[in-house]
Design a protein around this ligand. Structure first.
Ligand code: IPE
Ligand code: IPE
Ligand code: MG
Length: 245
């Protein structure tokens, strides 16, 4: 099956998802917020299964932001418990499906039991080639950018050399984001992949994350395919007509 998507890397898309709306999904049903997070994990499983079949080679999902530590301790605890359960139950299936799981973000504040499961899952799935599945945990794009800046040699000769070193550091293996989806109705980035999404197509939907189905992902991809990505240049038709001069 061939896909006509315009991706920067040419070999499949990098899709990023801000999985928002779990709490509201639950509250509307008269359920505790944690029930929304549990339903959100089920939605994530379906999306990870579907992604490689529709031309996605890398999927980065926002599971816990560095700012989410501000939530009540009980909710934070449930979130890490659910992550741990997800990895414990799904790692073998990810491996069988040739999905490589990786986390991005800070590792030093993740509860020990959850971190053990993360390390195990990364190790077990390391050979996966069909899909790179990245989970952002305790993640802040500003932190990631600041870290990349401080790890690149301080005496970079020029702004453009510094910029390309940082770009390499932030996008290696995975490339830039082609399509960024946010569920839950809010239209903001909440400190997610700011550098990597410089030319991403943005797709916002009112669908709450637990209701985000493979069909919803297909709809987002269908819209993506109709957009024209220009990366600062002029439309291809204008070039053909000599309009670039
Ligand atoms: C997203 O859903 C999941 C996390 C941030 C962990 P929310 O919990 O933010 O749900 P809403 O936005 O309150 O509905
Ligand atoms: C962003 O959602 C983080 C995740 C989805 C994990 P939030 O619900 O935390 O974002 P804000 O607070 O509405 O910006
Ligand atoms: Mg939210």
């Amino acid at each position: 099956m061939s896909h006509n998507f315009t991706s920067q890397s040419g070999d499949g898309l990098h899709v990023a998802i801000i999985m928002d709306g779990n709490g509201r999904w639950a509250t509307r049903r008269g359920l505790p917020r944690v029930a929304g997070h549990r339903a959100g994990v089920a939605a994530l499983k379906r999306i990870v299964e579907h992604a490689p079949d529709v031309g996605i080679r890398a999927l980065t999902v926002y599971a816990f932001s560095a700012d989410n530590w501000a939530r009540p301790a009980g909710e934070v605890q449930s979130l890490f418990w659910l992550m741990r359960a997800f990895l414990r139950l799904e790692t073998e299936r990810l491996r069988q499906k040739s999905v490589r799981m990786q986390i991005i973000g800070r590792r030093d504040r993740i509860p020990a039991a959850a971190l053990r499961e993360v390390n195990r899952s990364e190790f077990v799935t390391a050979a996966g080639r069909r899909l790179l599945f990245r989970v952002a945990i305790d993640y802040s794009a500003r932190d990631a950018i600041a870290r990349a800046a401080s790890s690149s040699p301080a005496q970079e000769a020029s702004v453009s050399a510094a910029r390309s070193a940082m770009h390499h550091e932030l996008t290696r293996e995975v490339g830039e984001v082609d399509l960024l989806i946010r569920t839950g109705g809010e239209k903001r980035l909440s400190d997610f992949l700011l550098w990597e999404s410089a030319y991403a197509e943005l797709y916002f939907t009112d669908c709450m994350w637990p209701d985000f189905s493979p069909a919803e992902l297909d709809a987002a991809l269908a819209e993506f395919r109709h957009r024209e990505r220009r990366f600062g240049a002029v439309p291809t038709a204008a070039v053909a007509a000599g309009g670039s001069r």
